[in-house]
Design a protein around this ligand. Sequence first.
Ligand code: CP
Length: 311
Amino acid sequence: MAYQWPHKHLLDIEHLCEEDLRFLLDRAHTLEKEAPATGLQTFENRPPTVANVFFENSTRTRLSFEQAQHRLGLQMLSWSLAGSSAAKGESLKDTVANLLAMSVDLMVVRHPDSGALAFLAQVFERQKVQFVNAGDGTHAHPTQALADMLTLEKQLGNLRGLHIGIVGDFLHSRVARSNVLALNLLGAKVHVCGPATLIPDALKSMVDSTSHELDLLLPKLDGVMALRMQVERQSVAYVGSARDFSLRFGLKKSRLNHLIKPIPVLHPGPVNRGVELDGSLMDGENALILNQVANGVLVRTAVLETLLRNR
Ligand code: CP
C-alpha cells in the first residue's frame, strides 16, 4: 500500500515513526535537485496562509521557514512578540485565536515554554489549523533535528550503525532531545558527552553511551555535534565558567587533529565562539554549520508541503 502521511501537525520527533522521518528526509533530498515550483503549481486552488509566530528570537529557523514559504508560493504573515499585543499581556491562546480569525491555515510557533505547542494543538483540536513546532522551551525542535539528519546523511550516507556524538548542555537543549530521537529512528549509535550536571537522567536510557571525557570519546565517532551553552538559561552556572567548559568539552582543532580520520562537526547555532567550538574549527572545512542552515530550508519546505498537502 502507498505511504500516506498520517499527522496533522509536526510537534515533536517523538510522534514520528521511521517511515515518517524517512519520507520527510527523502523529500528534502529530492527538493535540492528540483527547481522551485510556483505557488499555483504547488497548491492548485488558493495558496494556504501560513503565520510565523515567534515568541522568542530566531535567525535561522525563522528565515529558513520564510524561505520555504516563498519557495512554496504560500501567503505569509509574520508575528513577533516585540510590537505585538502579547507584549501588552494578551495570552498565547488569544493571540492564536486572533490569527485564526484572519484565516491562517498553518502556524509555525516558537515559544519559551516547553509544551506550548502541545497546548495549542489540544486547545484548537476541533479547528482545521495545523501547528509546526519551531522550538518550545527545553522540549523539542523537530525541524532542527531534520536539518541535522539531512546534513549528516549528505556527508556520511546511511546513518545506520554509525557512531554520532553529541557534546554539551543537554539539560537546557531542545535540539538535543529531538536529535537523539531522530538518530535512534535512523539506527545510529548515539553517544552523549558533557558535564554530569548538564546530562539529565531521562536522557541516559535513550542513548548508547554517556561519558564525561571528550578526548576518550572522539576517536570512536563518525560525526560530532556540539550543543549551544544556553547562556540565557544560565547553563554556564552549572559548570563553573565558560572557560572551564571550553577546556573540558570545547571542540577545538587541536583536539580533532589527533584523530586518524577527520569527522564532520555540527552545531545548531547560534555558536558561542570559543566556548563550544573554537573559531578555527568553526571556520574550517570539517564544520558543517552553514550546511545545516542551508539544509534547514529544504527540510522546512518538505514539512510545510507535506502537512499542507495532507490537510
Ligand atoms: N538553531 C536555531 O534554532 O537557531 P535560531 O534560534 O537562530 O532559529
